[in-house]
Write a new protein. Structure first.
Length: 419
């Protein structure tokens, strides 16, 4: 019998999405000579949510001041802006306006301004005349919120550049190497290899809850998948595109989704969306591709229960989001944000993404903030939802500072870190 190949390292990271890459970079900064291995089930980095997101670098004014999101988004925005500038990566510094569709929503603008002030974010309330100077096609009910530091980047460019830098620094990437199972403390099986390690970081995104449960964590947690799709403009004539600035509505702060909005991509083209449609399995991107029966049964079982009881308004959300499969309905939703819009410019669906939103199965509520659990053997990043791309580097540094003690992870009695 051929022996199973073995690999050994001080640090083993599961997942080459933006948080796995950010953790590798953070460890390399702190421990220049440490051996770091990253295992990834796909053939390239950032194949899932990290490479399928809108590329928006958020400013950090949506989040309550006691959240991890508020702590890391402003700093992350600054970090990635400087990172892209230093490396000549494309950026679109178009800013963002949040507009009010009604006078009631205008009160929501004031709440976002208050949060922005508390979080130290550069935002200002502007009137309709000032809004017209920034984005002539945007409309609002009296006031709007202006965020000059919001911008867009190409998330795949960023991830691939970071991966190349990490490879040059000695980090080893093992692609097409899916996590299989935990063997014991200090070793796991992935692909056709056994990986031995001193410390493990689970940054597996859509599958992070399952891996955490293999290590005795996340017992009352489940990642619910929501499919996000944008309608994209095929018009490359920037002079005739409907907007040149990101335009968002006032969100329902009780939900983790921001509503249908206009995003100006890094190349200047525009997209409308996204949806937040409940998906039926974790990688339910298109048709029956990547279908998994066990996953389907568990996810649909929970979604059916949440739908029946309408926990946290899940039934209302699901029925509303399903309507957005209609291009006509999606465009109609976006009309409330602008003065004029030609629907014929938006005919192509973009590349779908899956938002892995963490559900507390005991309380039957969605967890909005980032969530991390771990012990001295392993750390599990469980709820890396938007704005995780923006916040990834300061988030990774916080994880390392909280759990790392001179290369040792914290003791088990301190095993759960979240706000």
């Amino acid at each position: 019998m051929t022996p199973t190949p073995e690999e050994s390292s001080e640090y083993l990271i599961i997942g080459a999405g933006i948080l796995g890459l950010a953790m590798a970079r953070t460890i390399r900064e702190a421990k220049p000579h440490a051996s770091i291995h990253v295992i990834e089930k796909e053939s390239v980095p950032a194949w899932h949510a990290s490479g399928r997101n809108s590329g928006v670098l958020h400013a950090g004014f949506y989040y309550s001041s006691d959240s991890l999101k508020a702590r890391f988004t402003r700093e992350g925005n600054r970090f990635w802006r400087e990172y892209c500038l230093d490396r000549g990566l494309p950026m679109n510094p178009s800013g963002k306006v949040v507009v009010a569709r009604t006078e009631v929503e205008a009160e929501g603008i004031k709440e976002l301004k208050r949060r922005g002030d508390v979080n130290g974010v550069d935002v200002s309330i502007i009137d309709e005349k000032e809004l017209a100077e920034i984005e002539p096609n945007a409309k609002t009910a009296g006031i709007a919120l202006w965020s000059p530091t919001t911008m867009t980047v190409d998330p795949n460019d960023v991830a691939k550049t970071l991966e190349k830098e990490l490879t040059r620094s000695g980090v080893r990437f093992f692609y097409e190497t899916p996590y299989q199972r935990r063997i014991e403390n200090g070793s796991v099986r992935a692909g056709n290899r056994v990986f031995r390690y001193h410390a493990l970081i689970n940054a597996a995104g859509l599958h992070a809850d399952r891996i955490a449960q293999d290590f005795g964590f996340a017992s009352d947690l489940l990642l619910l998948p929501f499919k996000g799709i944008y309608l994209e403009s095929e018009d490359r004539n920037h002079a005739t595109l409907p907007v040149g600035t990101n335009i968002y509505p006032v969100p329902d702060l009780r939900q983790p989704f921001l509503g249908v909005h206009f995003t100006v991509k890094v190349d200047g083209t525009v997209k409308i969306g996204p949806t937040a449609i409940p998906a039926f399995w974790r990688e339910n991107y298109k048709g029956l591709d990547r279908f998994e029966w066990t996953d389907f049964r568990e996810i649909v079982g929970w979604e059916s229960s949440l739908f029946f009881k309408n926990d946290f308004g899940f039934r209302d959300l699901a029925l509303e989001e399903i309507r957005k499969y209609s291009k006509k309905y999606m465009v109609e939703q976006s009309r409330s944000l602008v003065k004029t819009l030609d629907p014929s410019r938006f005919t192509k669906w973009g590349n779908p993404g899956i938002r892995a939103q963490l559900l507390d199965t005991r309380k039957r509520v969605l967890i909005s903030d980032f969530r991390v659990e771990g012990d001295r053997h392993s750390i599990h990043i469980l709820n890396a939802v938007s704005p995780a791309f923006t916040a990834s580097i300061p988030f990774a540094r916080w994880i390392f500072d909280e759990y790392g003690k001179n290369g040792q992870w914290i003791s088990p009695e301190k095993g759960s870190m979240h706000s």
